[in-house]
Design a protein. Structure first.
Length: 167
């Protein structure tokens, strides 16, 4: 004997099956996590920062930037200063100061406010520099190389400098 289904039950079953197939749209993310925006690491690369011979009267500054995600950037360089000619003798008459500053320290330096430097060499006419800079995290970081003629010196000097950053 064939079974007869009630049309109302059949309609109810179809509605339940149809409701199960409906998907809710995904909810938008309320916060953005910095790790969602990962950029390539500069590890294994180098960047020339300075390769120049220049006359130093009072001070000279050279800005450079460390890219984001640089875990252990290393500044390497040499400078030599001369009292007159870049090919002359270099002695105590050619002594200068050298500083590495971050942006905050540079603002203090420019504003003649007391501040510390990340790295300092005082009264030198020939110096090799090897310095590990702080990691840059998720944003690029700007630094400044400062060459300064000591306050008591009235004579300009010639400086020959070569610097690079390894990542």
């Amino acid at each position: 004997m064939p079974q007869h289904r009630h049309p109302a039950m059949l309609l109810g079953a179809l509605l339940l099956v149809g409701a199960g197939c409906t998907q809710e749209p995904p909810k938008p993310a309320s916060t953005i996590v910095p790790s969602d925006h990962v950029a390539p690491s500069p590890v294994g690369t180098s960047q020339n920062v300075l390769e120049k011979t220049f006359t130093l009267k009072k001070s000279a500054e050279f800005a450079f930037e460390i890219p984001a995600h640089a875990v252990q950037p290393q500044l390497h360089g040499l400078f030599a200063s001369f009292p007159g000619d870049a090919h002359g003798t270099s002695d105590a008459n050619a002594d200068i100061d050298f500083l590495v500053l971050n942006e905050e320290q540079h603002a203090d330096f420019v504003g003649n406010r007391p501040s510390e430097a990340l790295f300092t060499v005082e009264d030198s006419n020939n110096q090799a520099v090897n310095f590990i800079l702080p990691a840059s995290q998720s944003q690029p970081v700007k630094y400044y190389l400062i060459f300064r003629n000591p306050d008591n010196s009235k004579n300009s000097k010639v400086v020959k400098a070569t610097f690079r950053v390894d990542f």
